[in-house]
Design a protein around this ligand. Structure first.
Ligand code: AMP
Ligand code: FE
Ligand code: FE
Ligand code: ZN
Length: 294
């Protein structure tokens, strides 16, 4: 069983459509893939419709959150929610709010660059995105690549888009404990994504993860491309001491990142635990109609 529980499509900042993503997942030899677009479930229906025989789809999303850093500050964290009820109003309202803010924020970043003479058109950038897509920095990065400003998305981040750069603009993300409760109330299961990815910025302490476990966090993503061997070992030990389940996933973004589907994987027992914890009957009923279950 090869299980990858973190992947992005064109519903957020990936480059494969949801249909292309599930086909690519099957071609990569995966048995299970989770679609976890940032702050949206808009890709789920297309992924279900295109699901190749033998591949299971776990419906998910990656929630953009803020958390205490354990040292008196607040930092950005990502929370993976699985198998929650997609029509839960608290979730749809929060995701819609944040998607609207993401569009304004990306326009602001692009406008600042245009004002400084960069060849980017903020209106064209936003108009070029699918209407329900979560707008993110990778979209601006690709525009900079297309305009010949940089050679790659990664270079665009390093030179212009990283947190702390003059063009970086923040967002009002939901508090992570509130998001954990919101996902739980919708029958879903939450897993803290790439918690120790220091290459992305400051990270939470073990004490914060313990508090989140008390709030209902079910697991931590241990095997992630942005985690060092030491990070993985530390998170594995912490998860064991807190009774958290552990996952491993690629965080595939198509050609926006140089990693591949199935680069990191999750143990089948851990997926079983996620499915046991999920209590949303609506999602379970839809899942039981997947071709792979027949
Ligand atoms: P945003 O959601 O707009 O804050 O942008 C963050 C997204 O950019 C995350 O989904 C990351 O996966 C992606 N990202 C961050 N750094 C890089 C990088 N160096 N190369 C490609 N994608 C990145
Ligand atoms: Fe992303
Ligand atoms: Fe993330
Ligand atoms: Zn992700």
């Amino acid at each position: 069983m090869r299980i990858d529980l973190h992947a992005h499509s064109t519903a957020s900042d990936g480059t494969d459509t949801p249909a292309q993503l599930v086909v690519a997942a099957a071609a990569a030899g995966l048995d299970v893939v989770a679609l976890t677009d940032h702050d949206t479930t808009a890709g789920w229906a297309e992924a279900v419709d295109a699901l190749p025989a033998g591949l299971r789809l776990i419906r998910g999303a990656e929630f953009s959150c803020i958390a205490p850093d354990g040292q008196g500050g607040r930092i950005s964290v990502h929370l993976l929610g699985y198998l929650f009820d997609p029509v839960c109003e608290a979730i749809t309202a929060e995701q819609a709010r944040l998607r609207a803010e993401r569009r304004v924020r990306l326009h602001t970043m692009a406008q600042r660059m245009a004002t400084d003479g960069f060849p980017v058109d903020p209106d064209a950038l936003l108009d070029g995105l699918p209407p329900h897509a979560s707008a993110g920095r990778p979209h601006l990065a690709r525009a900079l690549v297309s305009a010949g400003v940089v050679a790659s998305v990664d270079e665009a981040f390093r030179r212009y888009l990283i947190t702390g750069s003059p063009y970086y603009t923040g967002r009002t993300d939901i508090d992570v404990s509130a998001a954990i409760r919101m996902i739980r109330a919708a029958g879903g299961v939450s897993v803290l994504a790439h918690a120790l990815a220091r290459c992305r910025g400051p990270v939470v302490t073990a004490g914060v993860i313990a508090e989140l476990a008390a709030d209902g966090l079910a697991g931590v993503e241990v095997d992630h491309p942005d985690h060092t061997a030491d990070d993985r070992a530390a998170l594995r030990d912490l998860a064991a001491s807190l009774g958290l389940l552990i996952t491993g996933s690629s965080d595939y973004h198509g050609t926006n990142k140089t990693l591949y589907l199935g680069q990191e994987t999750t143990e089948p027992e851990m997926l079983e635990r996620i499915e046991e914890l999920a209590t949303c009957g609506h999602v379970a009923a839809v899942a039981s109609q997947d071709p792979a279950d027949g």
